[in-house]
Design a protein around this ligand. Structure first.
Ligand SMILES: Nc1ncnc2c1ncn2[C@@H]1O[C@H](COP(=O)(O)OP(=O)(O)OP(=O)(O)O)[C@@H](O)[C@H]1O
Length: 362
């Protein structure tokens, strides 16, 4: 039943009064992919989603679904469906009438729309509850009904605004797996707004990291994790130490840099002019402790905090002008030579795990 379409966002801006919430973004979301718009509160992800849906006007630029430019079309004519954060179910209607609502608006005869609504409830394994009202359902069940209601129009793209935020942590993880399964089985394009890195990593084929109305990086979860393109992405994804410094020199794909008031280090990256301000990202899970640093790939510092996490231990270390440097080491590695808060410890990493990034614009 797949009739997925590519979503093409071309130089789209959203301006509220004098405030630019979305700033000339361009993005192609491949047909049939699961795309997560990810970023902190206020970065413009909901405005972007609402412009795709047609619930918000586009100030500049164009949006196309497949071959159709939808910029000026009303929501119902776009081939998209939207699922809202609060689910927006009608409390006075039973589940069948809730799910059948948009078909009623389209003038589909009662028997036909009820039959389709029951089919959709069956797809979401909610047909046994068809006669209930929303208040008689759990959060996860309400979410399934909201999905059935969004999918009843056979959309080419489903747009989801923080669909898991109302659920408790346990249910969140379960419904997340269901969303992914549903997207795979329907084969349509999903665009899902979230501020959770973990959620985006778990779900997306394409993660679009946004900040201040702009796209910082659009890539697969693995690329975003392994090769963050900016310091903002590295910091926001939370899996890197971001160390500010100044370029001292460069040769053979290595950049030497100095931390203000601290040590001199090396990282991987293209040559940059000496004196340029840079950030360097070091993967927190690739840092080793207890090995003497060589060739500017580590330092000696003092352990300022320890967190035991079961399979791993998180250490916070200060030294060489770097504060709150984080290392995640396996429990086995940690307990073979344990250290305590206040101990001096050498930390070490490989050159390919320290990458030069564009300095954050903030
Ligand atoms: N109708 C509006 N009028 C004026 N400003 C608005 C309006 N809607 C959103 N904004 C502003 O635009 C910016 C982007 O909002 P948007 O809702 O797109 O962000 P978001 O990334 O989805 O944030 P959140 O995660 O908090 O929902 C915010 O600074 C917000 O205050």
């Amino acid at each position: 039943m797949s009739k997925a379409v590519e979503i093409d966002i071309a130089s789209v801006s959203k301006i509220y009064g004098k405030f630019t919430a979305v700033d000339a973004i361009s993005l192609k979301i491949p047909a049939g992919s699961y795309c997560c718009l990810l970023g902190p509160s206020g970065c413009g992800k909901t405005s972007t989603l609402r412009m795709i849906a047609g619930h918000e006007t586009v100030s500049r630029g164009d949006i196309a679904l497949g071959q159709t430019v939808v910029t000026d079309l009303p929501p119902a004519k776009r081939g998209t469906a939207m699922m809202f954060q609060s689910y927006a179910l009608f409390p006075h209607l039973d589940l069948v009438d809730n799910v059948a609502f948009s078909l009623k608006m389209q003038g589909v005869p009662k028997e036909q729309r009820r039959a389709k609504a029951i089919d959709m409830l069956r797809l979401m394994q909610m047909d046994a509850y068809a006669g209930r009202h929303p208040a008689q359902l759990s959060g996860g069940q309400q979410q399934r009904v909201a999905l059935a209601r969004a999918l009843i129009t056979d959309p080419e793209a489903l747009l989801l605004d923080e669909p898991l935020s109302a659920l408790d942590p346990f249910l969140k993880v379960r419904m997340r797996a269901e969303l992914k399964k549903l997207q795979k089985s329907l084969g349509i394009t999903f665009v899902h707004v979230t501020h959770s890195q973990e959620e985006a990593m778990a779900l997306a084929d394409l993660i679009v990291v946004m900040d201040n109305g702009r796209i910082e990086q659009a890539a697969t979860p693995r690329e975003v994790f392994e090769r963050p393109s900016t310091s903002f992405v590295a910091r926001f994804m939370g899996d890197h130490n971001v160390i500010p410094g100044k370029v001292a020199g460069a040769e053979d794909g290595r950049v030497s840099f100095d931390v203000i008031g601290g040590g001199s280090f090396q990282a991987s990256g293209a040559p940059l002019e000496a004196g340029s301000d840079i950030d360097v990202a070091v993967r927190i899970d690739r840092v080793r402790i207890g090995e003497s640093p060589i060739n500017g790939l580590g330092f000696s510092g003092i352990v300022s905090n320890l967190e035991y996490r079961g399979p791993s231990v998180k250490l916070t270390i200060d030294g060489a002008g770097i504060s709150d440097f984080t290392a995640i080491v396996s429990d086995t590695a940690f307990f073979s030579t344990p250290v305590d808060v206040g101990d001096a410890v050498p930390v070490h990493w490989d050159a390919e795990d320290a990458i030069v990034l564009a300095r954050a614009n903030s």
